[in-house]
Design a protein around this ligand. Structure first.
Ligand code: GTQ
Length: 324
């Protein structure tokens, strides 16, 4: 650009500034895939003692939900693990109840350890076991309780960043602690099958695949789908369980989805951003959008993950790339 043009343009920019206008031709925002989130690791060896300590410091009633929120290191004060996802770790002790409420964000639980807890969704009470995936669609009344004799820990995932983005976050407490129970499911049945996805069924489906040619990046990976509609069980969130056989060495992969992994059984190495992370049982790891990553298993490993793929595919944004 010649100098004669620079000065009038500079003056023009100053002229439009007070009117909250800016020249698109000087836009500085980067318009490339990826986000300013960073890959991050929450080892269970760090999180679990802190959950136990939280359980001594605050009772469930006062806490409403006794949750340690996993916040992306580059999104301090957001309470989000990635730009589009919320994730927390919740602990509930024997005899405790997490009172009933409902909210606009969609939610789910992935049970990490402990037996005897239930979640109720609009009066359908579902018993939860380790490895189970349970969805709570938006605006459904939900409360949790622990009827057993051991602490129960699960990971909560929510799409709260979407309701924040749209300014559409509503929330209500139910007038009683628990919403009246109309049905109890110990196993998936007609009432619970669109909410409760048991680990044993997912593990069986995955084991049926072992022996077939594994995917080069993911080994054996299945997506949770609603048994009636075949859609993702929530409108924004997709969830997956994958099985990495012992000694699996995966190729590199990236996609536009933000992904939160939770190691259910086994252990593996995750290579991302030029670094190698050793993931142990129950560790959580976030891989932000368009970061290249790959897995190497250290033993037979079951890996749960959730992402914003459902939303991205509905909106037409989702892309993936397998790299050699
Ligand atoms: O258990 O209902 O981690 O409403 C965040 C918000 C858990 C829950 C969270 C919630 C819940």
């Amino acid at each position: 650009m010649n100098l004669d043009q620079t000065k009038p343009l500079q003056e023009f920019k100053e002229q439009i500034h007070p009117h909250y206008l800016l020249p698109l031709w000087e836009r500085k925002v980067k318009l490339v895939p990826g986000s300013h989130c960073v890959p991050a690791h929450w080892p269970y060896s760090v999180v679990k003692p802190l959950l136990d300590k939280a359980a001594t410091l605050i009772n469930k009633k006062d806490a409403d939900r006794r949750v340690l929120v996993m916040e992306n290191p580059s999104l301090r004060s957001s309470s989000f693990i990635a730009q589009s996802l919320f994730a927390g770790q919740q602990i509930i002790l024997p005899g405790e109840i997490a009172p009933s409420h409902r909210h606009s964000p969609n939610a789910f639980r992935f049970i990490v350890e402990g037996e005897g807890a239930y979640t109720s969704i609009d009066g359908i009470q579902m018993m939860m076991r380790p490895g189970d995936f349970i969805v709570t669609p938006n605006w459904a009344w939900h409360d949790h309780g622990n009827l057993g004799d051991q602490p129960v820990v699960w990971m909560d995932g929510l799409d709260t960043p979407f309701t924040s983005l749209f300014g559409a976050h509503f929330r209500e407490n139910y007038p009683e602690d628990t919403y009246p129970v109309t049905h109890t499911s110990h196993e998936p049945d007609a009432a619970s099958k669109s909410f409760l996805f048991p680990f044993i069924e997912m593990a069986k489906s995955l084991q049926d695949l072992v022996g077939t040619t594994p995917n080069l990046a993911h080994a054996y990976k299945l997506r949770y789908t609603d048994p009636v509609t075949q859609n993702d069980p929530l409108t924004t969130v997709s969830a997956f369980m994958q099985f990495l056989p012992d000694e699996f060495v995966g190729q590199s992969y990236r996609s536009t989805e933000n992904t939160v992994f939770n190691v259910f059984q086994g252990s593996c190495v995750l290579e991302v951003g030029g670094q190698r992370y050793y993931l142990s049982k129950h560790d959580v790891f976030v891989v932000p959008s368009w970061e290249t990553y790959r897995f190497e298993s250290c033993e037979n490993t079951y890996l749960f993950s959730f992402t914003d793929r459902a939303a991205q595919q509905t909106l037409g944004f989702w892309r993936e790339e397998f790299l050699a």
